[in-house]
Design a protein around this ligand. Sequence first.
Ligand SMILES: Nc1ncnc2c1ncn2[C@@H]1O[C@H](COP(=O)(O)OP(=O)(O)OP(=O)(O)O)[C@@H](O)[C@H]1O
Ligand SMILES: [Mg+2]
Length: 500
Amino acid sequence: MVGNKVRILLIEDEPGHILLCQHALTAERYDFDVKVATTGKKALEILQDKTSSKPNFDIVVLDNKLPDYYGFELLGLIRTVAPDKPVIFVTGYKDDELAVEALRRGAIDYLPKTQDYHKHLPRIIQLNIERNTLYASIKKLHELETRYRLLIETAQDAIFMLDQEGRIQLANRIAERTFGYLSEELLGKTFILLLPDRVVAPYLERAIEDGKLWLLELSGRTIELTGLHRDGQEFPIELSLSSCEINGQVAFTAIVRDIRERKRFSEALRTLNSKLVRAQEEERKKISRELHDEVGQALATINIGLQLIRDKVPENNKRIVDELETAIDDIKNVIRSLRELSALLHPHILDDLGLTSAIRWLVGEISSRSSISIDLNIPNSPTRYAPDIELTLFRICQEALTNVIKHARADKVQIVLEKNRMGLKLEVEDNGRGFKIEEKTKLHRGSGLGIVGMKERVVSVGGQFSITSLPKKGTKISVTIPVVHGSGTHRRLKIQSVDK
Ligand SMILES: Nc1ncnc2c1ncn2[C@@H]1O[C@H](COP(=O)(O)OP(=O)(O)OP(=O)(O)O)[C@@H](O)[C@H]1O
Ligand SMILES: [Mg+2]
């Protein structure tokens, strides 16, 4: 159709009929555009004409008798060159068999050539155009439906469509497999069936208080929950729920992913990671001890030897005395650096005197080397905690302070260590330039491991880690670890306090 005009190709050779049809079709109340072909050859030319940019015809009215073609012969050819064009076949009066055959051969309708058949022609054309449009829409709908069904059925996640009450209207094959029900069994049941009571209870309670549908509360979010299989087994899932409107009613799409594998994998990764951290700490401790006890002691012995030699060199041999004294001073410096290095690798003060002393020592070290003012708000009592926890919190503090020095351009830092209901809480807050957390904590080549490492350490001892940062305002690391008091067996009282 061009504009609203229906374009008709009238294939008719009798001038009288042409006139009558044209007259009927161009009456004012119709919006038809009629072109006439008086032979089959001409009609085929018109239908195959590709020179015009417009699609040529919406409907063909074909007379059965033409000078150059038999009706069915031409109908066949039209169906070949223009298969999507509807054809109305005009048959002889009361020639029913012909009419049936025409329909069988692809005509969409027929019209017996009664005396005033031309008067019925416009209505028949209109009906067929409408019917055709309807068929085309239905076909399109079917195609779309097939496409969506395929999309849903071939998805790797369980997909549900829920009505406003949360009743399941559609469930795909993966949904059946994930929860152990047949799709027919799920239809009409509420989605709650697939979640353990204790998981939905809090949402239901809140929803009842708000007068809000519990699904609405979860809508637009992706959350980790627990799913309930038909056999009673619970398993971790990731649920993404979104709401939409169908016929003025709220409806929901729930996409459920079984994350058992992902959980197992990240659990394994976490175990491996904490083993690595432990191995690294052991190694550091060993090296630290060797540096301190072996190399440090050896250097101290050499120094004593040099001092003995110096005492034996006559005073008048000033050059040798000076050189020996320089060597003795150099060795003293090396011993000091060695002790510092040893303490950073593993602060034995942590083993001997506990977390608060170790943090005080660390802060002293940092203050002596930078102009940052560090405000310490930590308990005086030397309560001891499990070695794992003390070491974790010490390392967090160390990494957080290193980050402040390296990145923050801060002049103030506040450290808080306190015991509360949830456990032992450590906060390190600076007033530096801050940063965009999402950008900096994504793992990619060349990115740091400090923050990721802090998180992993905290999680491996069952704690919670959070970091907040505001550009130009500063950064705050907050860690809470559930605690039991340490046995104190970890103490190594032998080691002396560390020189500054
Ligand atoms: N206190 C802070 N102030 C400002 N920016 C920070 C702060 N802490 C971290 N950042 C930013 O976050 C990034 C990531 O920190 P992270 O500790 O993970 O890595 P890193 O310090 O660059 O390297 P690594 O710790 O592995 O030696 C840093 O590069 C820095 O841009
Ligand atoms: Mg860092």
